[in-house]
Design a protein around this ligand. Sequence first.
Ligand code: ADP
Ligand code: MG
Length: 679
Amino acid sequence: MNSYEYLLSDISNIKGIGTKTSKLFKKKNIITIFDLLLSLPQDSIDRTNLVKINELQIGKVQTVTLNVRKYNFPRIRNLPNRVLCDDETGKLECVFFNSYEGYIKKILPIGSPVTISGKVGYYKKKYQITNPTHISSDVNSIKKIFSSYSLTDGLTEKKYNKIIDTVLKNIPDLDEWLSDEILKKFKYIKWKKSILELHNPKNVKKKGNFLNRLIFDEILSTFLINSKIRKNIKKNKKIKKKFNTDEFVKIKNKINFELTNDQLLAIDQINNDLKSNQKMFRLLQGDVGSGKTIVALIASINVISSGFQVCLMAPTEILAKQHYNLAKKLYDKNINIKLLTSKTDLKERKEILKNLNNNNINIIFGTHSLFQEKIKYSNLGMVIIDEQHKFGVKQRKRLSDKGGKNCDILVMSATPIPRTMIMTVFGDMDTSIIKNKPKNRKEIITYSKLENKIDEIIKFTQKQISQQNQVFWICPLIEESKKIDHQSSVKRYESLKKIFNNKVGLLHGALDSEEKNIILQKFLNKKIDILVSTTVIEVGIDFPNANTIIIENANKFGLSQLHQLRGRVGRGNKESYCILMFKSNLSENAKKRINILKSTNDGFKISEEDMKLRGYGDLLGFKQSGLQSFRLADPVLNEDLFLLADREVKKIELSDNNLNKYMNLLKLYDRADILNDLV
Ligand code: ADP
Ligand code: MG
């Protein structure tokens, strides 16, 4: 076994670990020796405080050197075995539950001095240490600071420490993979030394080069893989798309707003990609309502005018239809635009498939099924995927392969995540970011209201409706649940209908998409003024006339989700409102979330705060990304190391771009399997 094989081998290879113990470790997701080494100690226990019995402090962990005097092994089951000990200042009893006499006699032989450390108790006028874990005739092996790890039933501190000690003694020296320049930043600390320092009880909860180096290794391994995928995609040369600015100017004249600088920049970046002979693989990131659709439609018309077809996939049929309608409005009559949904009848469907294959259709709108089905495009030049952040690295890679040689890829996402996370989760893509919202956009005014003030909210709603505005009313669950005290959408719908009559509609997940469509159309055509809904309206849909969103039980939603929901309003020029309804007795965390939402409309700021509250893992699933999640690195706390790794990878790309030097790093950090998928 070489060093890497050893590190990646099952922990049952460690001396002293049997199948029983290794199962306990597996519960804690520690499978390999490497896993064990990267599991940080949680705390340290100081056993250096060597005292006499008359100085013992009850309730504290203390260390005493004692003489063993007398065994007391009761013949009755369930009574503990006791060992009486003393020093020149007093007496102390060691109490053992579940330990055999033979074992006790061995570790505590009568007459000889032993050192014991443990938490001191006082019972029936006697000092006691119950189930002492640290006993030795060698005082120096006990009088130490010990690391303490997260334990589980059956896995004691002593056992864990013993195992760690064994492993630490056998850590191999690894060939260095970091460049000299990077290494210098970490004061030339080696991997092995870093691991040793990581487990040194003196370093528990401390930061330092040892930790930074290991964090950096972890980030670097992820970024290297991303880079490799990006390179791989760009390797394939495509036909350059040729177009001028005519179509762009036409559209600009048709829309009644000015494009923002960020939109113009994104269009520019996309155009450059289209015109190059490298495949575009680009993420267009922008907060809700930042205007990504128009960017996508301008890119599409350019692709069309260069003679290629475009396929735009939305997460829902409603959204696909909305994009389709906008394209109908913006594009010239001679552009053949089609919508394919589950409701498209068979005859038309056949016709569409035929015409896609004949290059008679220029652009097609639909859901992701556009790509999964056996649809043959004659000349596909670009695929656009809207609101898709749940696509992982591997899925994206597959997508890019599937599109064919000349197919550019644009992915749009409204999940505003910090830069470090974009680098991590979308690191295989180039990115365009729309940061600034359209100029005329007003901040959404956010209120919080206790739910017993519902009369005020009803009044507010009446006022909005009388001013020709429309209102979303969001409820968390469909059915009344006895256990969870949520307001159900059905119940709310019924009660609002008593006040607003037939001006109320209800939308929830149990409806089929036809029924959903009908209700949304009614809302869009202003046949209804209030749309009671569960979170199904969360993504993408644009209702410029709705200016108010009321969210019941707002504390049941995460910060980012509330922000997404709030983004359903404030899309027109009107003053817009978001009312967060709460029960009393909010947790501190819930209060924080409300205050953040009230204080800003900036999705990037909100996502950063969300990460601080919830931890980054939750916010954007690593599971979805296909990447192994970080064990040590934190995209918020370690921003500088993420940026450093990003620069380093760019440097590697510019130089020889040879990953051989990093293969061991990639193997260790479990990134290499993605690499194998790439060939
Ligand atoms: P998202 O980025 O969430 O997909 P949309 O593309 O749906 O946002 O745009 C939201 C609304 O903003 C639409 O009604 C759109 O017409 C409008 N819009 C887009 N760009 C601008 C702009 N530069 N100025 C004003 N309104 C704009
Ligand atoms: Mg959108």
